[in-house]
Write a protein that binds this ligand. Sequence first.
Ligand code: HEC
Ligand code: HEC
Length: 478
Amino acid sequence: MLRRSQSLIILQLALLFVLPVGSFAQNPPGERSAMSDLQMSQDDIANERISPYTLRRMGGLVFSTPFTKLDGHGHGPVSAHEPDLLETRPTLQGNGTFLRVNGLDAQTCMECHSVLSNAVVPFRFGVGGVGSASSNAMFKPTWIDPTTGGKENFNGRFINPPFLFGSGGVELLGKEMTLDLQQLRAQAQQSPGTRVALVTKGVSFGSIVCQQDGTCDTSQVEGVEADLVVRPFGRKGEFATVRAFDVEAMEFHFGMESVELVGEGVDRDGDGVINEVTIGQISALHIFNTTLTPPIMTLSSEAQDGQELFEHIGCADCHIPSLTTNSPMLTYSFPEVPTDPTANVFYRVDLRDYPAFFEEAEQGGIIVPLFADLKRHDMGPGLAESFGEELAAQFTTARLWGVADTAPYLHDGRAMTLTEAITLHGGEAQAARDAFINTLDAQEKETLLTFLRSLRTPHADDVAPDLQPVNNGRDWEH
Ligand code: HEC
Ligand code: HEC
């Protein structure tokens, strides 16, 4: 009840805000850029001159508004942009719009992040959800041969979109784990020659030993880069924060270049538009993405038995049921310093509150029931991509919260059922996979799947409540 009434009041309050409307000089008569309706100044955000509701709603609109060439979508003529950077992005007859391969594959984030649950038919939509295989990104192929079969006719990455629900809790965990690991390295530097175990929140990232001069031997570090920055985002664990991912997503999918990527007033892609995405717009997008409510689970007694089996056969070694943060406050930084997530903080959100609603832990932080360890694992040659050399077979443990609603599974969506996903585990997960297949009888397998099917995405009403369509005076009846 509290939730509903709270959100209604906030909705009404928001209607009092007049969204600043600008327009771009180059807009042809009768057309307007989408971004001109979405102006957000970083200064206003940092000084809390914008209500949290308006801020999240603006971020949600940045996430769901289709961009056009008036906003800077796509690239200019090949001769006009920095050649090395963008020449591997083909478009038809060089039209600079779409070809789906290596980006320029959509107009809005929501095109790919929109399935709330495909456990029902037809599937249910929800802002920030997963995408089916037709929304997969095709990352940096240099070779596609559709005329031949076999393993070698596509050499890029084919990546299935995960959901963004609960990503604030994941980002906060990653930041706290990074701080711990940085402190453990500092300890190792203070006692040269002593091997220090890199354990944070019960997850082991190997060990480190340092010399008198402060240099360290990182050969025993595992599951994380040698800089000891935990990067939960991206299936290979490349991004420490959602913000860093969002900036890349804008550039990769749309050719929308953020000021923080290319600089103020710089037209790197030669399309005639500068300041395509401002620092304030990325901040709003980041805050929206990281305040989406987390997935939920309700365990029947059969599901509880299933979870015990899951833990017993070793699945939970990587898919750790929950991790707990020290603080409930997610901080936002600009510019970000990955090795020091406490630097440059300009905004804070309490993840226990509306609209994220994470459960509070006894010690005052939040419980993040993610079923993962934020660590990268070798999954064996069967899942290896023909890309990325030494990291080809390595993937960050998939977070299993919500897994009942998010088929197809694995990094490229190759597994259409849970059983297929488990069966395709190899490498470090070989033993657990073999135990599932060979040790569990049919009834136990079913019980384990009953448990996985209790891990659900959020209720439709709780997903992006600030973005439920409201008639803001610009909507037309139809
Ligand atoms: C063409 C489809 C597509 C579009 C459009 C798209 N995404 Fe994604 N998104 C993906 C895929 C695929 C991944 C997984 C990429 C990876 O693991 O490297 C992903 C991953 C993410 C992640 C990381 C999630 C995680 O848990 O690892 C974030 C954050 C994200 N997208 C935000 C955005 C935003 C913001 C936009 C719009 C600016 C956007 N995406 C547009 C397909 C898309
Ligand atoms: C060594 C660590 C490890 C162990 C042990 C492990 N997994 Fe995984 N699991 C992963 C990784 C990494 C992925 C992602 C692989 C990919 O994206 O291709 C994954 C993916 C999955 C997925 C697909 C999720 C999705 O959204 O795509 C399911 C389901 C799953 N695991 C279930 C299990 C079960 C059940 C067990 C025990 C039998 C298990 N896993 C054991 C690391 C592990």
